[in-house]
Each structure stands twice: as structure tokens, then as C-alpha cells.
Design a protein around this ligand. Structure first.
Ligand SMILES: Nc1ncnc2c1ncn2[C@@H]1O[C@H](COP(=O)(O)OP(=O)(O)OP(=O)(O)O)[C@@H](O)[C@H]1O
Ligand SMILES: [Mg+2]
Length: 179
């Protein structure tokens, strides 16, 4: 088996419920600034309609969860999906606090000509992950956790990608589309 080369970023892109990959554009409601934590003036890299929640504590996990739930509710997700999306955000944010100490969760509503949905990006500049395939296995944990977080997020969401480089950090990009 090929060994992971820890000097190169590793990426796993997992196509899931396979929605057609149409160009994504911001929905009209995204034209209004909706950010409580960072303004686009303060951070020129901020995309319109994207909310970023800095993550460094348990309280921030709750904030990210609430913000995700609010945006997902605006998109029109069912109550069940709101819970699933909030759960995915919690798991990603909890990993940031536990393994990287701090980072951020960016949340954005998505819409194209057919679908609307939500994108969640969890970013940190923590220690990174040696083998991303390994951490996607149910039960793998380096912290005596249950090892359910990342595989759970992948299962709850429709699209999932993880990129990580040892010593540089980790980014998880995940999307869910409204049925
Ligand atoms: N942001 C991160 N930075 C560095 N390593 C991470 C990060 N997120 C996850 N990992 C690594 O991936 C492993 C698996 O993560 P996962 O969330 O699936 O399980 P866990 O956190 O160990 O346990 P659980 O989430 O079930 O409490 C972690 O044990 C850790 O080694
Ligand atoms: Mg976890």
C-alpha cells in the first residue's frame, strides 16, 4: 500500500449523493451583509454572504452551531436537516478546539439554477493530519475519542472534502443540498 507522503498536502474528495455540479452562484439574499462576527470591509477576502465564526472555545462551538442553523433555516432546510447540519458544524468545530486549539468555521448559503444548499468550511492552522484516509475510518482517534466525528460529518452531508498538511493545518469543506 502506498504510504502517505506527509510533506505534501493530502486531499480526499468524496462525491456523495452526486448532485450535478453546476456553477454555484450566490443567492439574492446573499447580497445583504449578514455577518455578525467579521465584516467584509474588515476582511477583503470575505465572500458576500459568508459568515465566519472564529473558533477557540466551547462557547464558539455553540455560536457556530447557532449561526449554521440560522443560515440553513433561511435556505429552507427541514427541521431534521437543521439538526444534522448543526451536528456536522459541532463536530468540525469541536475538532478545531481539540486538535488545533483555534481556527474558524465559514458558513455560506449556496444556490444554482436547480438547487439550494449550504457550505461549511472548517479551517485551522493546527498540527495537520498525517493520513487523511486513516482519520476517515470509523473508530480512528488520536485522543481516545470515539472516532466518529469526521466519518459522521461525511455521512450527514452530501459533499465532503478534507485537505491537510502536517504542521500547516486542516481544511474540511462540506456541503448539503436541500431536497
Ligand atoms: N482539525 C484537526 N486537526 C488535526 N487533527 C484532526 C483534526 N480533526 C480531526 N483530526 C484527527 O482525526 C481523528 C479523527 O477525528 P474524528 O472527529 O473522526 O474523531 P475524534 O475527534 O477522535 O473522536 P470523536 O469526534 O468521535 O469524539 C482525530 O482523532 C484526530 O487525530
Ligand atoms: Mg472529533
Amino acid at each position: 500500500m502506498k504510504r502517505a507522503d506527509s510533506s505534501r498536502p493530502q486531499e480526499v474528495v468524496v462525491p456523495q449523493n452526486g448532485r450535478p455540479s453546476e456553477p454555484i452562484r450566490l443567492s439574492p439574499r446573499d447580497s445583504a451583509p449578514r455577518l455578525s462576527t467579521v465584516s467584509s470591509r474588515a476582511d477583503p477576502s470575505l465572500k458576500l454572504g459568508e459568515t465566519r465564526v472564529p473558533i477557540a472555545s466551547d462557547l464558539d462551538i455553540v455560536k457556530a452551531r447557532q449561526e449554521g442553523r440560522r443560515i440553513a433555516s433561511d435556505v429552507g432546510f427541514s427541521l431534521t436537516d437543521l439538526v444534522l447540519i448543526a451536528t456536522a458544524i459541532s463536530e468540525l468545530a469541536r475538532n478545531i478546539v481539540r486538535y488545533a486549539r483555534n481556527g474558524e468555521i465559514a458558513i455560506k448559503s449556496l444556490s444554482n439554477s436547480v438547487h439550494s444548499g449550504i457550505e461549511i468550511i472548517a479551517r485551522d492552522e493546527g498540527p495537520g493530519i498525517k493520513d487523511v484516509d486513516q482519520v476517515m475510518q470509523v473508530g480512528f482517534s488520536t485522543s481516545a475519542g470515539l472516532g466518529l466525528g469526521l466519518p459522521g460529518v461525511r455521512r450527514l452531508m452530501d459533499e465532503f472534502a478534507i485537505q491537510s498538511k502536517l504542521g500547516h493545518g486542516t481544511t474540511v469543506i462540506t456541503k448539503k443540498w436541500k431536497n
